[in-house]
Design a protein around this ligand. Sequence first.
Ligand SMILES: CN(C)C(=N)NCCC[C@H](N)C(=O)O
Length: 252
Amino acid sequence: MPNALVRRPSPRLAEGLVTHIERKPVDADLAVRQWHQYVDTLAQHGWIPVEVPPIDECPDGVFIEDTMVVYGDLAVIARAGANERRPEAAAAEQAVRDQGYRIAHVTEPGTFDGGDILKVGKTVYVGLGGRTNAEGIRQLTEALGSLGADVRAVPVQKVLHLKSAVTALPDGTVIGYEPLVDDPTAFDPFRAVPEEAGSHVVLLGEDRLLMAASAPKSAELFTQWGYTPVVVDISEFEKIEGCVTCLSVRLR
Ligand SMILES: CN(C)C(=N)NCCC[C@H](N)C(=O)O
């Protein structure tokens, strides 16, 4: 069974960064319950959760996806686009090393956040314009290109991360809520969904899509398209621009 790295939320979660939305109060206790439900759901669908030591001094530490990208047997460790998130990477690096991955780093002046990376087969889309800079993409292209990946930079201006705007279905179709996708033509094929949170799916295996409860119309659409939505409530993480992808690193 595949493993998924997760990290429990900091008691300071409510202080997490917000960039594109208005700050709202976060219920930290509810967030912990939602996190447990998220982790249990992964486990019920065949993923073994591997807990990375918590980092309570970093409010956004729960968004472990941002600390790395894994491709083949390589984990490239992020240099976060936000200074205050940089301490999050060290323990995540140790955890993925313990899983047997080779390690590479993006180094200064490069930056990237894992949330800016969408893998679709050998194509690796990288969002440029927010937390990930051109030098970060150059270094990623070097690291992943040597493993056969086709790394493509795509613009991200309207949302925090590329995966705030788009993710992909099991057949490789990229999905997104069009008003928030900078350039839908960058993705082929692309299909629109009716809600922002409907853009975010985690592939659980076969036809199952982990997604947020805040996107019921998109869930209906996915069912019509032949998929099985598996729904979790992550309202407290959404208040600080998190989504279902951010809360784990899936090691396939
Ligand atoms: C795909 N997404 C959205 C992510 N991988 N990460 C979300 C990080 C949110 C955090 N408050 C921040 O601003 O960094």
